[in-house]
Design a protein around this ligand. Structure first.
Ligand code: SUD
Ligand code: ADP
Length: 305
């Protein structure tokens, strides 16, 4: 008899703009960020099991914790609690998104696990329920559920879908070494103290216009990341992929989120491949990826009995 399973795919993200205000009393920074989901995916395969357990495969899988700190395990527990079920699940994570790379792979796993457990257990949670559980798991998890292009406020979890026309092409320089999100925010505080400007939505008007028009040249000019200086301070070698992408004619280049992945916007699919080749030839990436965006958020791609 075929095994019952649910397979869910969830995207990684790039922050087209990331504007960071001064740290609040709760230790978090208020953000205005524009997320784009890209075609670098996590897959989560959920199968019935006696307990909630997780395994990981794919590049850098050995860096993923498989204990109860794993975000997918925490997601499964939240679904079980909310729905009042005591079923187990084996969550198999097939990692495509760099680990601790600033592309929110762990958040994608969490979003995928929420959707997968809901489908496997037939708990019938609403989209609003899932969004609420996602926000409790991490600032970037709600966006991994939603996908496409969206503006994030608060900790990044209060989302408004953004109008974006067309398809954008990306090349990513991936590093084996990760950067801790908390450490990058702490370095940002060291640089700015209480003097960090309060971001406003006006700052991203040119970027939103570029998205609306599907204008990759204008989008390239509008890419922005307030955490980039802090990431470079912790990892100065990141200046190299940034420079290589510029020399290879990228329309824009930016550290993705808290880094260390560097995201370069290309003119076309072929140009994205050329940018990736330039990263490899210059020896400034441990791995390269090409992708398009925007793409959909976490969704079931196989539900079999
Ligand atoms: C920087 C961003 C940009 O999208 O993404 P990544 O580069 O990590 O993917 C996010 O803000 C990361 O969100 P996420 O990775 O979900 O962070 P969380 O688990 O909620 O928080 C990890 C730590 O980062 C800091 N943090 C996070 C979000 C925020 N708005 N302010 C913060 O200061 C806090 O120190 C927190 O303890
Ligand atoms: N399912 C998961 N996949 C990856 N990392 C996870 C997971 N659950 C918890 N983590 C922890 O979260 C850290 C950062 O997660 P990740 O989403 O890969 O990077 P980033 O926050 O830079 O985008 C990892 O170093 C790891 O310790």
């Amino acid at each position: 008899m075929p095994e019952r399973l649910v397979r869910v795919r969830a995207p990684g993200k790039v922050n087209l703009s990331l504007r960071v205000g001064p740290v609040q009393d709760d230790g978090y920074h208020p953000l205005i960020t524009v997320f784009q989901a890209v075609s670098v995916h996590e897959e989560v395969v959920a199968r019935p099991a006696d307990e909630i357990v997780v395994t990981a495969s794919g590049p850098q899988a050995e860096l993923v914790p498989t204990d109860s700190s794993n975000l997918a395990v925490r997601a499964a527990r939240l679904v079980a609690e909310r729905a009042g079920v005591d079923d187990g699940v084996h969550l198999e994570l097939v990692k495509g998104v760099p680990v601790a790379g600033g592309m929110a792979g762990g958040s994608a796993d969490a979003a995928a696990a929420l959707v997968a457990c809901d489908a496997l257990w037939g708990t019938g949670l609403s989209r609003d329920d899932l969004h609420e559980l996602a926000a409790a798991l991490g600032s970037d998890v709600p966006f991994a559920l939603l996908g496409h292009t969206a503006v994030g406020q608060g900790r990044g979890h209060l989302l408004t879908p953004a109008l974006a026309r067309g398809e954008f092409h990306w090349a990513f320089a991936v590093q084996d070494r990760g950067l801790s999100t908390a450490a990058v925010y702490a370095a940002y505080d060291d640089l700015h103290g209480d003097t960090a400007p309060h971001p406003t939505e006006r700052d991203d008007v040119p970027l939103m216009q570029a998205l609306l028009a599907g204008d990759a040249v204008a989008l390239g000019k509008a890419l922005h990341n307030d955490l980039q200086t802090a990431a470079l301070e912790l990892d100065p070698a990141l200046a190299e992929p940034l420079a290589v992408a510029q020399d290879a004619g990228a329309l824009g280049v930016v550290v993705s989120g808290s880094g260390p992945t560097v995201a370069a916007l290309a003119r076309s699919r072929q140009h994205a491949t050329a940018l990736a080749a330039a990263f490899t030839a210059a020896g400034v990436a441990d791995r390269v990826l090409t992708a398009t965006g925007p793409v959909a958020g976490a969704r079931v791609v196989q539900h079999g009995d």
